[in-house]
Ligand binder design. Sequence first.
Ligand SMILES: Cc1ncc(COP(=O)(O)O)c(C=O)c1O
Length: 414
Amino acid sequence: MALADAPATTDVSKLRAHFPSLQSGFAYLENAGGSQVPRCVPDAIHEYMTTTYVQTGAGYPQSVVATENVDRAHAFANTFVGGDGIGMTILASSTTTLVHMLANAYALTMAAGTRIIAAETGHEANVGPWAGLAKRGFDFQVWRMNRETCQCPLKTLEKLLQEKPTKIVAFPHASNLLGEIVDARAIADLAHSYGARVVVDGVAYAPHRAIDVMALDADYYVFSWYKVYAPHMAALFGKEEALGEIEGPNHFFIPREAGPYKFELGGIMHESCAGLNALPRYLSAVAGRPEGAGFDRQTIVDAFQVMASLELPLQRRFVEFLQSKPNVRIIGPAHGESGRVSTISFVHNSLTPPVIVNHVHKHPIGIRYGDAYAFRLCKALGIDTATGVVRASFVHYNTIEEIERLCAALDGIL
Ligand SMILES: Cc1ncc(COP(=O)(O)O)c(C=O)c1O
């Protein structure tokens, strides 16, 4: 049995008790847009802002604590992705910001005409910044997907790689609309065999599974913390040798030895770092570690194992429900097994997504409709981007009762 297929043994109500917002009775089923935060996160932000809200690097006691706060956030982020010893993790306000920073940095190093490839299934955050380089003399190509399977075939990628020297292959680890987890290692191996770097968008994957950049052999891996039970910020892991190819955009006199700061224009949100530094406490609770036990990479791996096992029955039930509706088409894999995350999109033969979603909102349940910024994917499938798809997205703290409520609400209209 694959790890993610193991049955859940954790009591979800104990985990839900960590989240103040979940006590209201509202069903938060739009987690791919953003997750809720456990109490320790805003508590830590409050504590930081009322005791340590000074600038880093000044040397007086509060400033020493503030400096450590930022350093700890970087260290935790790097351990979170499994990057210790092979690279470093840069923080910023969003994934979109980080990919733009990366694309601009590469634009300064590449020969004119160099090929850059981005997957059609990607969120625009990991497509647009690369597409924009076409205006600067680079050869941007979309890695087209198969319209039937919604997968980007390796053969199509290989053809693109064979045609022209390529520097970047950008793709999602899981699409935020389709939910399918792709074989990122196979893509990385293929790209590397042609001398290209991979930029993996893990935003839709990170709330559900432990990231392991070493196992994926990812040169760059980017995701958003605000979907992973933490404040509104994002992280970009870079392998040491890959980061060595580019210059960070921060001020010219800041040396490369400054580490992530060289890539963080003007620095990052210190209070958000404090919130992020509290996340290990919640992950320890999810992993079932006794209070006071040390925190390490294994705790992260174990916590996500628990999360995946809690999500599995939710996604199975919802996919099974949708499959019982003849007028519904699931966009993406029509199964609820562990090869996907709990982000599930569908369209209806005659009802538009806004009609369906507005009906559900009365129940009271939060889901959403739209293109989810997977704009090119929607276009390729002939989906009207103004209304897009209906998307419901669950994480480990959701309950089977909430999914039943969603099914009952949908039953009334589908
Ligand atoms: C798969 C995916 N990539 C990238 C992004 C963009 O993230 P950010 O809002 O941090 O720029 C999102 C946001 O929803 C996403 O779902």
